[in-house]
Write a protein of this length. Structure first.
Length: 254
């Protein structure tokens, strides 16, 4: 099977890290294709960045569908444009945030999330409510590390994440930790050993769930919320995103 992993930001080094983490857990017959858009923010830190990362993400999902991949993974912890991607795709689309939350509930009663910046807390809490898992999450914590610092060897990002995990164990009675950024994917194993509790990365969780969906021949349901978008024209810069069988209309020629 082939799994497309889309990092919705444009930082190639982060995409490479995500791809390496995914390949480390993928089954022997699974090909991991890790990509990022050419256009958009270099990191996603809040609602504004998220909005401008969605078009590039959806374009990559569309390419993956055309190439017949078995499943898609959205490698941003906010699950950027997840519902739109599911409307576009027939193959399963797994968000790394939702995947990690569900994995955490299978190995612990109470979990905490450790993310990057405080501005990300609201989006994560909103997703937990939407997924029906807010009651299992003790707290969403931010270690105040910018996303790009995760790729900077000179930063103390790892130490700050570790310190926040220790606070989650002590103050929140967390029994497991979910790492709240795709850029933390390479830290999970070491932090698990260091802190003596499950530390869960969304990228690897999503890969294994994507493999399971493919093995079970599960596709995205198209009879309700994730039905294909209705054909209609999209104008201007978004003309190429018009749903299939539609075309942009030039008002001067109609």
């Amino acid at each position: 099977m082939r799994i497309l992993i889309v990092n919705p930001n444009t930082t190639v080094a982060m995409t490479e890290k995500i791809g390496a983490a995914a390949r480390a857990v993928a089954s022997s017959g699974t090909e991991i294709i890790a990509v990022n858009p050419a256009d958009g923010p270099v990191s996603i830190e809040g609602y504004y960045d998220e909005a401008f990362s969605a078009p590039g993400l959806l374009a990559e999902i569309a390419r993956g569908e055309a190439e017949g991949v078995s499943a898609h993974v959205i490698a941003c912890f906010d699950d950027t444009a997840l519902e739109a991607a599911r409307s576009l795709a027939v193959a399963p689309v797994i968000g790394i945030g939702e995947a990690a939350f569900h994995m955490a509930t299978m190995v612990a009663y109470r979990f905490a999330v450790v993310t990057t910046l405080s501005r990300s807390i609201a989006a994560i809490e909103t997703n937990l409510l939407k997924y029906g898992l807010a009651g299992r999450c003790a707290k969403v914590r931010a270690c105040e590390v910018p996303v790009l610092a995760l790729d900077d060897p000179a930063s103390d990002a790892s130490a700050q994440i570790s310190a926040e995990i220790e606070r989650a164990k002590r103050d929140d009675r967390a029994e497991a930790i979910v790492l709240g950024c795709a850029g933390m994917a390479d830290l999970a194993a070491r932090l698990t050993e260091q802190h003596g509790l499950p530390v869960i990365d969304g990228v690897t969780s999503a890969v294994k769930l994507a493999e399971a969906c493919s093995v079970l021949n599960l596709k995205t349901s198209k009879i309700g919320a994730y039905a294909a978008p209705r054909p209609k024209p999209y104008l201007g810069a978004f003309a190429s995103f018009a749903p299939r069988q539609a075309r942009a209309v030039d008002p001067g020629k109609e």
